[in-house]
Design a protein around this ligand. Structure first.
Ligand code: SF4
Length: 405
């Protein structure tokens, strides 16, 4: 802020003072408009175009904006490039708050302006950056090309050149307004929430360390020196895998009452009961003839009357893949609370595959299926206070708006 807001008060009453104030305005605006330093921040695909604008072909340095800053405290331009999700919105507000004034913002691309193609049927996308922070320039496009970004930058420069030190600078003016406080409060509340989450997470980790689940096998990182890398003969592992029939025969030796979900599939799709799911996964992982040592994914399907949870396993030794599928019946719950309740549970695969951690949390977050013995069973993408489970058939949300026909 400095003394700029006070200069008009000092000089305006002096004869000819207005001319001096105008000159000061011109010089300050010129300097500011020609040295806009954007924050290094992008939320999705539009950011790729923003990045290319700083490369040699487009060269944003021509406009004095080559210095993309890593810290908001050193930036004065916030180019929001891409979709803003509800979860990300507080972080956007917080970054904006951390940029010292005078500061400017550009909303780049359809998603940033209005939610873009994700505006409809979507509970998770903010419908425009202006819901979150004040915006100076909007650049339409999906994505806008670097030339369009430069056009927006030039428009912003025009806007800055019209600013006057007679007005309080942007930051000061906005800090008094309710809108501005709303952003600030939201940012502070979010920071507070993050602190609580950090503390809870530290506690959960501590509890897990001191009292791990019985069958938990801690993962040991192995550091390999480059010089001591063994010479490995590279083979195409896809050609080494066992056939669906062979794999099923081996699986049957561990659990007799399993069946194949899709006979015609090239990949073995085993249906196993909830009680035998963990045991079978454990056996298939450790059997030297099948060696399913890699968890590719865990996902779920809501079939209305029941859920399917599917773990996709692979052998890095042989290259074959297996789906483990469990049908989980839904708990009987009254209609009012059903959509916001956990309706099924299953044993966690984290003791066998540490990678199951986030994948099971995602299934929990999206379907409300609880994983027993999971070290950190919390939502992954959505806020803890979020009501409902978005990939369930019973999910509704006020933010879902139907596409106009
Ligand atoms: S406007 Fe288009 S390019 Fe930009 S973030 Fe949205 S979908 Fe991606």
């Amino acid at each position: 802020m400095g003394i700029m807001p006070f200069i008009p008060k000092i000089l305006d009453p002096v004869p000819g003072g207005k001319t001096i104030v105008n000159m000061v305005d011109y010089v300050v605006n010129w300097a500011r408009a020609n040295s806009l330093w954007p924050l290094t921040y992008g939320t999705s695909c539009c950011a790729i175009e923003m990045m290319s604008s700083s490369m040699a072909r487009y060269d944003i340095a021509r406009f004095g904006s080559e210095v993309f800053r890593d810290s908001p405290r050193q930036a004065d331009l916030f180019i929001i490039a891409g979709t803003i999700t509800e979860r990300m919105a507080p972080a956007v507000q917080m970054l904006w708050e951390q940029i010292p004034g005078p500061k400017y913002s550009i909303a780049m691309g359809a998603c940033t302006i209005s939610g873009g193609p994700f505006r409809y049927d979507n509970y998770a996308v903010v419908r425009g950056a202006e819901q979150v922070i004040p915006v100076d320039v909007f650049i339409p496009g999906c994505p806008p090309r670097p030339e369009a970004l430069f056009h927006g930058l030039l428009k912003l420069r025009e806007k800055i050149m019209k600013e006057s030190s007679r007005n309080v600078w942007k930051e000061g003016a906005l800090s008094e307004s309710e809108e501005r406080n709303r952003y600030k409060e939201a940012a502070l509340a979010w920071a507070e929430l993050e602190k609580i989450k950090d503390e809870e997470m530290a506690l959960a980790r501590e509890q897990f360390k001191t009292n791990p689940p019985e069958n938990y096998v801690p993962y040991k990182a192995v550091r390999v020196q480059k010089e001591t890398f063994p010479e490995i003969e590279r083979v195409n592992i896809q050609t080494q895998g066992k056939s669906v029939e062979e794999l099923f025969k081996i699986a049957e030796t561990y659990e007799s009452d399993i069946k194949i979900f899709d006979e015609s599939s090239d990949i073995l799709d085993i249906v196993v009961s909830k009680e035998k799911y963990f045991h079978l996964a454990n056996s298939l992982k450790n059997d030297e003839n099948i060696k399913l040592d890699y968890l590719i994914d865990i996902t779920a399907v809501d079939w209305n009357d029941h859920f399917d949870v599917i773990a996709q396993l692979m052998s890095t030794k042989f290259g074959h893949k297996v789906f483990l599928r469990v049908a989980l019946s839904k708990k009987e719950i009254s209609d009012e609370t059903k959509a916001t309740s956990i309706l099924a549970s299953l044993e966690s695969l984290t003791p066998l595959y540490p990678a199951a951690d986030f994948k099971e949390r995602e299934v929990y977050d999206m379907f409300g299926i609880y994983f027993e013995n999971h070290p950190d069973m919390r939502r992954l993408f959505l806020d803890e206070n979020f009501k409902g489970y978005p990939l369930r058939k019973d999910f509704t949300h006020p933010h879902i708006i139907p596409k106009p026909v």
